[in-house]
Design a protein around this ligand. Structure first.
Ligand code: PXP
Length: 242
């Protein structure tokens, strides 16, 4: 079955709203793991708007599954990754003004610098994925940059205004997942996925892992994070036995 990595950034968003110590993303991560999460994802943003360095260090020590660290390709972030040694880094674009990561990496014009970043992380024994839009050109550029894999951006599928656009976006994701696996890249997907739209994407058998945050943390306000994680796992399992 496809794996689910639970992004706990927005537990920290609530804590930072009051600059408090609760709720703690480290506790949330432990509960998510107990409920069956296959991994934990956090995005340490340059502006530290939600996850703090303290969270990252504690998560590294406490999580029992796999820690996926989302980072911008900046020197400060590279140094942190090399120190903390997550199981995986997902390189993402980052803009100060955005509410959340808006698009995939510009893997075509930034091929050189990204290749340097990827090589340094891989030499340190850290797996690296590149977060890219569902475009064949981007996937092919990734092959040249030589990460371990890609995470396909599902945001346009999630935000589609009608069924025709949603179907077209789903096909782009599916075609890119097939291409990416054919090129030997590990294939993950994420952004904007929730209880109402996960099934068609989860049915794409080339996708090995989903990174899902906002919808699970929002649901957990009502049901608790364990039930929220279990429900997402159930929906994925309904369409994916392998
Ligand atoms: N994958 C990446 C690369 C992201 O940047 C994010 C958002 O932090 C996610 C997945 C999770 O997106 P969402 O919170 O919309 O589920």
């Amino acid at each position: 079955m496809a794996r689910l990595s639970v992004n706990v950034d927005h537990v920290a968003t609530v804590r930072q709203a009051r600059l408090s110590t609760e709720p703690d993303p480290v506790t949330a991560a432990a509960l998510a793991e107990l409920a069956g999460a296959d991994g934990i994802t956090v995005h340490l943003r340059e502006d530290r708007r939600h996850i703090q360095d303290r969270d990252l260090h504690l998560l590294r020590k406490t999580i029992k599954t796999r820690l996926n660290l989302e980072l911008s390709a900046a020197e400060e972030m590279l140094a942190i990754a090399l120190e903390v040694r997550p199981d995986m880094v997902t390189l993402v674009p980052e803009k100060r003004q955005e509410l959340t990561t808006e698009g995939g990496l510009d893997v075509i014009t930034r091929m050189g610098p990204l290749a340097g970043f990827v090589a340094t992380l891989k030499e340190a024994g850290i797996r690296v994925n590149l977060f890219v839009d569902p475009s064949p050109e981007a996937i092919k550029a990734c092959r040249k940059i030589d990460p371990d894999g890609v995470e396909i951006h599902t945001g346009r599928y999630a935000d589609a205004l009608n069924d025709a656009i949603r179907e077209a976006e789903l096909k782009r994701i599916s075609d890119c997942a097939v291409l990416s696996r054919r090129l030997g890249l590990k294939t993950h997907a994420g952004h904007g996925l929730g209880y109402g739209n996960i099934k068609p994407v989860a049915a794409i058998k080339e996708i090995e892992e989903f990174a899902i945050g906002f919808s699970i943390i929002a649901r957990s306000v009502y049901t608790g994070i364990e039930e929220a994680v279990r429900e997402m796992k159930r929906l994925i399992a309904q369409v994916r036995s392998t």
